[in-house]
Design a protein around this ligand. Structure first.
Ligand code: ASP
Ligand code: MG
Length: 415
């Protein structure tokens, strides 16, 4: 007998029929002898609709009231799911975040979970009930309702699984697992049986949307196996687990494409200390997320710095850079600065895999594949388990297919 947390996303509980099918899943697991905690999101696009409504009554609604409003979405789905379970003959109880004692920081609309007091959930489990907990919400010490940020139900599920020391956290969603690449771009992409926390975090930061990143951090920290699977299909999905020896045998696990990138290049910067700190402090003040940073020392006196950002953020960055550049002598005694160039229409193709730590020649193989596909590489950045190439937008999909093929990812892994 195991303790399972089953999380059903918004699309999986979008209507009454789907809620019944999710309840059936929980019921089946309970019949198989497991203790079951269910976490649900709001039905379908409910959260989006609530946010729109708020916008119709107020230009900038107070965050506290936004939390009250958004938390209502999950409250509907927990009650309906518990009812559906009862009508299958399975005793069930629904709990809001506060009732499940999910304590968070007092940061409305983006609260982090502090602790979970599981005593109440455990009592219900001990009495044979399936416990249905509202995702995405918690409560502060003062009793205020908070939410965890969009997509936060995944975090609720994995955090609850960690607090309960569950054997597994199942994430039921509208995709049937994690693929070697987006199958819409690479038709030969293959579903992975397993992937490591670290790899999925890299892929998520590269735009592969599977789960909220925060939830994967929790999974990694407490070593909770996470099973991503389709809510309406019986087949197993992908297990997200700690790195294993077998995983290291493959050079590359997956390939990702991040689109809509722009690049800002500052040339002719003095090499004096402090330049980078100034530039990036100003960008951070403008709340812009910087993707990759590339610096090149051009000569002992001058350097250039490039960074990529989401296309949408370029407009926010422009005034910041203009301000820095019009500041005469940005660093005392360093003279004036050179030029700014902005490039748009870029993308980033990345190969990710823990096997890169122990294999040599992975970068060479990727670059060769791109060369053979006639793709020009504009920048290269890497981490311990990732190689990324910045390319012209038009080359992105072709590059994905070339890299995917070069590493033989369409062929099922051994074992
Ligand atoms: N309902 C919330 C949202 O749409 C939380 C979630 O679905 O995970 O963001
Ligand atoms: Mg959702």
């Amino acid at each position: 007998m195991a303790l399972l947390v089953q999380k059903f996303g918004g699309s999986s509980v979008a209507d009454a029929d789907r809620i019944r099918r999710c309840a059936q899943r929980a019921y089946d697991a309970r019949r198989a002898g497991h203790d079951v905690v269910v976490v649900v999101s709001a039905m379908g696009k409910t959260t989006d609709r609530l946010i729109e409504l708020a916008g119709e009554v107020a230009a900038s609604p107070p965050k506290r009231e936004m939390d009250q409003l958004m938390a209502a979405g999950e409250q509907v789905s927990i009650a309906l799911t518990a009812m559906a379970l009862s009508s299958l003959g399975q005793p069930a109880v629904s709990l809001t975040g506060a009732q499940a004692r999910i304590l968070t920081e007092p940061a409305h609309t983006r609260a982090r979970i502090r602790t979970i007091d599981t005593s109440r959930v455990r009592q219900h489990l001990a009495q044979g009930r399936v416990v249905v907990v509202a995702g995405f919400q918690g409560v502060t010490d003062e009793g205020e309702t908070t939410t965890l940020g969009r997509g936060g139900s995944d975090t609720t599920a994995v955090a609850l699984a960690a607090a309960l020391r569950a054997d597994e956290c199942e994430i039921y969603t509208d995709v049937d697992g994690v693929y070697t690449a987006d199958p819409r771009v690479v038709p030969s992409a293959r579903k992975l049986a397993r992937i490591s926390y670290e790899e999925i975090l890299e892929l998520a930061s590269l735009g592969a949307k599977v789960m909220a990143s925060r939830s994967i951090f929790f999974g990694a920290k407490y070593n909770i196996p996470i099973h991503v699977r389709h809510a309406m299909l019986p087949d197993p999905g992908t297990m997200i687990v700690s790195e294993t020896k077998e995983m290291e045998q493959e050079e590359v696990t997956g390939v990702a494409l991040k689109t809509n990138l722009g690049r800002v290049t500052l040339t002719g910067l003095p090499t004096a200390p402090g330049i980078q700190a100034r530039i990036f402090a100003a960008i951070a003040d403008a709340q812009v997320l910087v993707d990759d940073i590339i610096q090149n020392e051009v000569s002992p006196e001058t350097t250039s710095v490039s960074f990529t950002v989401d296309h949408a953020d370029l407009a926010d960055i422009k005034p910041v850079l203009d301000r820095i550049l019009s500041d005469s002598g940005p660093v005392r005694g360093a003279g004036s600065w050179g030029a700014v160039r902005v490039d748009v229409g870029l993308c980033k193709v990345s190969a990710v895999g823990v096997g890169m730590r122990s294999h040599t020649g992975v970068a060479a193989k990727m670059f060769r594949a791109l060369a053979e596909a006639g793709v020009r590489i504009q920048n290269i950045t890497t981490s311990e388990i990732r190689i990324s190439c910045i390319l012209a937008k038009e080359d992105g999909e072709k590059a994905m297919r070339a890299v995917h093929g070069a590493f033989g990812l369409e062929v099922p892994a051994r074992g």
